[in-house]
Ligand binder design. Structure first.
Ligand SMILES: *Cc1c(COP(=O)(O)O)cnc(C)c1O
Length: 229
């Protein structure tokens, strides 16, 4: 019951934020981030009608997805992906949000080609240039997009970022604006196998600001499933 009401509350907040900024709230997908949470909690959300889930760790995700069913939901990979796990990411996930090198893209492409899949991916940008975070640097991202668009078993459908945590969500606004600007720059290049449809940005503490700035995918964990231990 709690999970269901949390999801409803977030949908309402997304709707309000979208309306405030002249957007259509139904175009924003809420991804319930279920990392470190048991499959029973995901099942509850599925039964409440929720479709999109985000996971960070391949091994943990595979166990849960096998249990719940690959087709029971849309699965988003949002963690750091090592090339040697690309095979599993391709097998289990509808959208991989965290591609940040040509090497990783090439391996995902190779694995997708093997099973005849066009893998949908996002390019992750290290928007605040934090040494502790993954993602391509802003000055590398155009070049990365140009190289990755040659892989015809990949479809690049947008950008993802994870700004620093601030107590005041307003402080993240500048980073969300910047990600949107970069996506426009890439869109203008008209690259093959590429469409800047999605901006994956916003988490429990700042998804409202992200929606105001154009997020199409928000990734919310704590505000749905509670604190992680
Ligand atoms: C854990 C995680 C989230 C969700 O964070 P919350 O603060 O719990 O909402 C979103 N995105 C990524 C990439 C994450 O690793």
């Amino acid at each position: 019951m709690q999970i269901q009401s949390n999801i409803k509350k977030i949908h309402d907040d997304i709707g309000d934020a979208a309306q405030k900024s002249g957007r259509d709230g139904s175009r924003v997908t809420l991804i319930a981030v279920s990392k470190k949470k048991p499959p029973e909690m995901i099942q509850q959300a599925i039964e409440a009608g929720h479709r999109d889930f985000g996971e960070n760790y391949i091994q943990e995700a595979m166990e849960k997805i096998d249990l719940l069913g690959r087709e029971s939901a849309t699965w988003h990979f949002i963690g750091h992906l090592q090339s040697n796990k690309a095979k599993f990411a391709v097998k289990y996930f509808d959208l991989i949000h965290t591609v940040d090198t040509v090497k990783l893209a090439r391996e995902i492409h190779r694995q997708a080609q093997k099973i005849g899949k066009i893998q949908e991916i996002l390019l992750q940008v290290n928007i605040a240039r934090e040494t502790t975070k993954s993602g391509a640097e802003e000055n590398e991202i155009v070049d990365l997009a140009k190289q990755i668009c040659r892989f015809d078993h990949l479809h690049v459908s947008g950008l993802m970022c994870m700004p620093p945590f601030f107590d005041d969500a307003e402080d993240t606004r500048v980073y969300f604006k910047r990600l949107k600007q970069i996506s426009k720059e890439i869109e203008a290049l008209n690259l093959p196998n590429t469409a800047m449809t999605h901006l994956s940005m916003g988490m429990s503490n700042d998804f409202i600001v992200a929606v105001e700035e154009g997020a199409t995918l928000v990734r919310v964990g704590t505000a749905i499933f509670g604190e992680r231990v």
